[in-house]
Design a protein around this ligand. Structure first.
Ligand code: SF4
Length: 191
């Protein structure tokens, strides 16, 4: 159990260095808009829970992130859902972070929403621009886009992992879960 291994103030740096593109996209959108819609809060909130953010730290993180919102509104409309995800409200079920298959095949984002899988849900042009912005070389971008064109979204993500972790010489299993991507990236950095 990773609970407690990360605090609200670590999130920026840990996400930047270790999270897969779906979660970095959600994090960047949250920082840019100081808000995330429901689907994004759910996908990202459960991911953060999975990497070890406790409910207390999650409440701090989201309160600070929604910096344009009154405390009253936050407590009334958002704090409940955060506690709910941790099994402290409602049905008292502790929810698990979403797998890649779930993110790729259910509830596609509509405009203005930022959840989903960039390899599956970004337009070709947006994905290419995002990869280039992350300084991925032209030939590597082409490799990733070729996999996406053939609908091999998780293989594209696995390739993305390999390209962005060149210090890792071992073959990795195909990425099937965003939290696995994150844990693997951290393990490699700690070696
Ligand atoms: Fe996230 Fe999975 Fe898509 Fe990778 S393949 S970006 S981990 S949903």
């Amino acid at each position: 159990d990773a609970t407690g291994s990360i605090t609200a103030k670590d999130v920026d740096s840990f996400i930047h260095h270790h999270a897969p593109l779906c979660m970095r996209n959600l994090h960047d959108s949250l920082r840019a808009d100081k808000h995330l819609k429901h689907g994004g809060r759910l996908q990202y909130g459960l991911f953060l829970k999975g990497i070890g953010l406790s409910v207390e730290e999650a409440l701090i993180f989201w309160r600070q992130a929604f910096s344009n919102m009154s405390d009253d509104k936050f407590q009334k409309e958002y704090a409940y859902n955060i506690r709910y995800n941790y099994g402290l409200e409602g049905r008292r079920v502790s929810y698990n972070p979403y797998s890649c298959t779930k993110i790729i095949t259910s509830n596609p984002p509509s405009s203005g929403e930022n959840h989903g899988c960039p390899f599956r849900h970004f337009s070709h042009n947006n994905l290419e621009a995002r990869l280039r912005k992350d300084n991925i070389s032209g030939s590597h971008v082409d490799e990733i886009l070729a996999l996406v064109r053939n609908k091999h979204y998780q293989l594209a993500c696995t390739k993305h992992f390999e390209i962005t972790h060149p210090q890792n010489k071992e073959k990795i299993d195909n990425i099937e879960h965003p939290n696995t991507y994150y844990e693997l990236s951290k393990q490699i950095a700690e070696k």
